[in-house]
Design a protein around this ligand. Structure first.
Ligand SMILES: N[C@@H](CCC(=O)N[C@@H](CS)C(=O)NCC(=O)O)C(=O)O
Length: 229
């Protein structure tokens, strides 16, 4: 079925969804967004994505793309190499790949930590993992901090490195503050500040967590971000 605009399934509290939403805003692609989670909207998400994860993108042609890296690759191809947030083959691209890969690994591990600590019943939590992962995360975050440049993460132009690291910092500030206290990682703090000044980050703001996400009809992402009610 043909759609007027692409549909992004997933809420912005998912850093994977949010990096897609921010990239789409940066590219000027109008889209609809369903602020849903795979937990609260299992059947809705499953309609589009057999592994039942967010984000999932449905294109105007009805093509379904799963996995944020694949969606970003689709978007980069859609806007062309001149505008793609992942630069063409070059030393800059090599740097962006390194930064994005480490930031994504930190997001992945933070998600596992969250599931272990918040989703698993307390009596079944396996503390040695929590400790081990927290140690891995601290050294990875420190290492990433050392890789961040200025005025942009990977050099002198905006790339996917800024977007992915920006959402990663916000995720940790929201979910795992003890692993990223403000002031400890000066380059990451400075990058987050630069990102927060960008309208694309503001337009893909985190939903109000006090509101429970619902099956509300998709809203136009070009409208101000709504709470995931
Ligand atoms: N590698 C995936 C990860 C997506 C992911 O793990 N999304 C989480 C929400 S942040 C999810 O849908 N979790 C539900 C589940 O794992 O069953 C991507 O980059 O899109």
């Amino acid at each position: 079925m043909r759609r007027e605009r692409p549909l992004l399934v997933g809420w912005n509290r998912s850093p994977y969804t949010r990096r897609v939403a921010i990239s789409m805003h940066m590219y000027g692609i109008e889209f609809e967004q369903r602020a849903q989670t795979a937990w609260d909207h299992f059947d809705d998400v499953r309609r589009f994505n057999p592994i039942v994860k967010i984000p999932t993108l449905v294109t105007e042609d009805g093509e379904v793309i799963v996995e944020s890296a694949a969606i970003l690759d689709y978007l980069d191809c859609r806007v062309g190499p001149e505008r793609a947030l992942m630069p063409p083959p070059s030393p800059l691209r090599d740097r962006v790949r390194q930064i994005v890969a480490l930031a994504t690994a930190i997001i992945d591990k933070g998600r596992e930590l969250r599931y272990e600590v918040h989703l698993r019943p307390a009596e079944l939590r396996y503390e040695p993992w929590v400790e081990r992962w927290s140690g891995q995360l601290s050294s990875a975050i420190e290492s990433l901090d050392g890789m961040i440049g200025t005025p942009f993460a990977a050099g002198d132009r905006l790339t996917q490195a800024d977007v992915t690291v920006g959402v990663m910092v916000d995720m940790y500030r929201n979910m795992h503050q003890h692993l990223m206290p403000e002031g400890r990682y000066s380059r990451l703090d400075a990058l987050a500040e630069r990102c927060h000044a960008m309208s694309a980050f503001e337009r893909a703001a985190l939903e109000d967590i006090s509101a429970t996400p619902s099956n509300a009809e998709p809203h136009l992402a070009s409208q101000p971000a709504q709470a995931a009610t």
